[in-house]
Design a protein around this ligand. Structure first.
Ligand SMILES: Cc1ncc(COP(=O)(O)O)c(C=O)c1O
Length: 345
């Protein structure tokens, strides 16, 4: 980093973000997603959390309807709720959100003169289920969003953590960039403490975010971290690091799935994530996730009980989210064995 870059990184940042990082990301995203973005289509944010908060602040008002997946990421629901919106949930299966259910909801809302403002979705290696939405689902959802003039917010923070075949085209790509905001972040692949993320959207939306009060008052997001990230990326270290962590997480995923196969009773089912951090467990009707969670934690095993991931918490009472990203292979194997004992007891 030159001394003038260092001095700039300590000043209020350019409102749209660190220009070198924007330039790097635009090129990278164009290549990865076969897009034709230019600088006006991207803005740096303080992580994806800041992006979602800003979008909700600028594109909804208290009382507005916002559609989410059932389940969805607990903290995203929290951020949306902070804006006083009313959340409506659409169920998922192993291919993602169910378009028929979405259509039924949109029709029902339209019949009540309710126009939902946003559809928030996590398309790749979903938190908490680990599911990746299929291309057919994405296409059907883009079609419905167009028909009902619904803005899609695509939270794609796990995109770079694919273990296997290529992931389907993004919502942004499928919609030709129309009425879709894609959110990205370095939190899952470099470090969450950097607080560096971004949005990709049409120029008008990016400009609206650049012109908003908080950006104008505080300047562009995380200038010092953004400079650190761009130095890291320019040296090619991100790709080397990605290769390393994909292999690491894939081995951990494999260990968890093998242990589940080995130890879990036959009436428990789980998802098969093709990337990311999570496996989603479904317990039989007579087993309650909150009880399993408490008993597992008494034996040193931490899992997330499903309730918080649902707009209607009761829908999550037989589900658990397991995370394999952090633990060692031995710990994963032991934890799954203990969890299976708790579930079987
Ligand atoms: C789906 C999803 N979105 C956003 C975030 C938060 O990301 P960031 O650190 O970029 O704010 C997380 C973190 O767990 C997540 O799982």
């Amino acid at each position: 980093m030159t001394s003038s870059q260092a001095a700039n990184a300590l000043a209020y940042g350019n409102e749209q973000g660190n220009i070198a990082l924007m330039d790097y990301l635009v090129k990278r995203i164009n290549q990865e997603q076969h897009l034709n973005l230019s600088a006006e289509n991207l803005m740096i944010t303080a992580g994806s959390t800041n992006a979602l908060d800003m979008i909700a602040r600028l594109y909804t008002q208290a009382g507005d309807a916002v559609i989410v997946e059932a389940p969805s990421y607990v903290d995203s629901l929290h951020v949306l709720r902070d804006h006083g919106v009313k959340l409506y949930a659409v169920p998922m299966d192993d291919e993602g959100m169910l378009p028929d259910e979405l259509e039924a909801l949109l029709k029902d809302l339209a019949s009540k003169q309710i126009k939902p403002r946003l559809l928030y979705t996590i398309p790749n290696f979903h938190n908490p289920t680990g599911i990746t939405a299929s291309e057919a689902r994405r296409t059907a959802i883009v079609k419905l969003a167009r028909q009902y003039d619904l803005m899609i917010v695509e939270d794609d923070v796990y995109r770079d953590l694919a273990f296997e075949a290529n992931i389907p085209p993004s919502y942004f790509a499928l919609a030709g960039g129309e009425n879709v905001i894609q959110i990205g972040s370095v939190s899952k692949t470099i470090a969450p403490g950097l607080r560096v993320g971004w949005i990709v959207a049409c120029a008008e939306i990016v400009q609206r975010c650049v012109d908003c009060g908080t950006t104008q008052m505080g300047g562009g997001a995380s200038p010092l971290s953004a400079q650190i990230v761009v130095e890291f990326c320019r040296q090619g270290d991100w790709d080397t690091h990605l290769e390393h962590i994909r292999n690491l997480y894939q081995t951990r995923r494999d260990t968890m799935l093998a242990a589940l196969d080995l130890y879990m009773p036959p009436d428990v089912t789980w998802t098969q994530p093709a990337g990311g951090f999570f496996v989603w467990l479904t317990l039989p009707e007579n087993k309650y996730a909150a009880v399993v969670k408490r008993q597992a934690s008494e034996r040193g095993v931490l899992v997330a009980s499903g309730e918080g991931f649902f707009v209607n918490p009761a829908d999550g009472q037989h589900h658990l989210r397991l995370t394999y990203s952090f633990a060692s292979l031995d710990d994963i194997e032991t934890a799954v064995r203990v969890l299976a004992e708790v579930v079987s007891a």
